[in-house]
Design a binder for this molecule. Structure first.
Ligand SMILES: CC(C)(COP(=O)(O)OP(=O)(O)OC[C@H]1O[C@@H](n2cnc3c(N)ncnc32)[C@H](O)[C@@H]1OP(=O)(O)O)[C@@H](O)C(=O)NCCC(=O)NCCS
Length: 173
């Protein structure tokens, strides 16, 4: 099996060739992710084979940013939160190339996102990792990793800081 490395998205990566099957996440990678990195809005990291040459094929990617949340009513949020919004890490996008799905790549990406979120929270605080599932099927996917819906009908899910255990399995830039 090839070895992988996680890199910050840059011009060496083949964004145009990425296709996961979910148009919104494919379009974000192609059209928006680099601009958001340049502006400081979010950071996108891509998984590539460690010996890949530009344009490097993207096997999967995820995007993290920092957000403010009002989580006093959320199940599994700490008790006694202040009335004002508090910080959390948002897993804004996550996708795996259609040709590489079913090989455990999403599990690697989620584990790495959890580690990065834990490091951010250890340095500067935060309640945990938030994700907005794309649809009901994907709610099931995130439930596997311990995320809990914050409201019964909604697609927003939350993994509290105390549950952000487990390290990344791959080298990171
Ligand atoms: C959902 C997605 C990220 C899964 O990627 P993947 O690399 O195929 O997933 P993995 O192979 O790492 O599977 C991890 C586990 O999740 C399960 N799983 C995979 N897709 C799932 C889904 N859609 N719903 C529920 N569980 C799912 C797998 O069965 C596997 O379980 P196992 O460990 O018991 O075998 C991928 O199908 C994808 O990119 N889809 C399109 C984009 C998308 O929907 N992104 C989420 C946006 S919020």
């Amino acid at each position: 099996m090839s070895s992988f490395v996680l890199e910050r998205l840059d011009s060496s990566h083949d964004r145009a060739g990425f296709e996961s099957g979910l148009e919104s996440v494919d379009r974000y990678l192609k059209e928006t992710a680099r601009g958001h990195m340049e502006k400081g809005i979010s950071v996108t990291r891509v998984l590539v084979e460690s010996d890949a040459k530009p344009p490097k094929a993207i096997l999967g990617y995820f995007t993290l940013s920092n957000i403010s949340i009002e989580a006093r009513e959320w199940p599994s949020a700490p008790k006694g939160l202040p009335r004002q919004a508090v910080s959390a890490v948002l897993l804004g996008r996550l996708a795996v190339a259609r040709t590489d799905q079913g090989k455990g790549i999403a599990s690697i990406l989620v584990a790495t996102a959890r580690q990065l979120a834990r490091e951010t929270i250890e340095r500067s605080g935060g309640l945990g990792l938030v994700v907005d599932a794309a649809n009901e099927e994907i709610v099931g996917f995130y439930t596997r990793y311990g995320f809990i819906r914050v409201a019964p009908q909604g697609l927003r899910m939350f993994l509290p800081a105390r549950s952000l255990k487990g390290g990344a399995e791959i080298p990171m830039e």
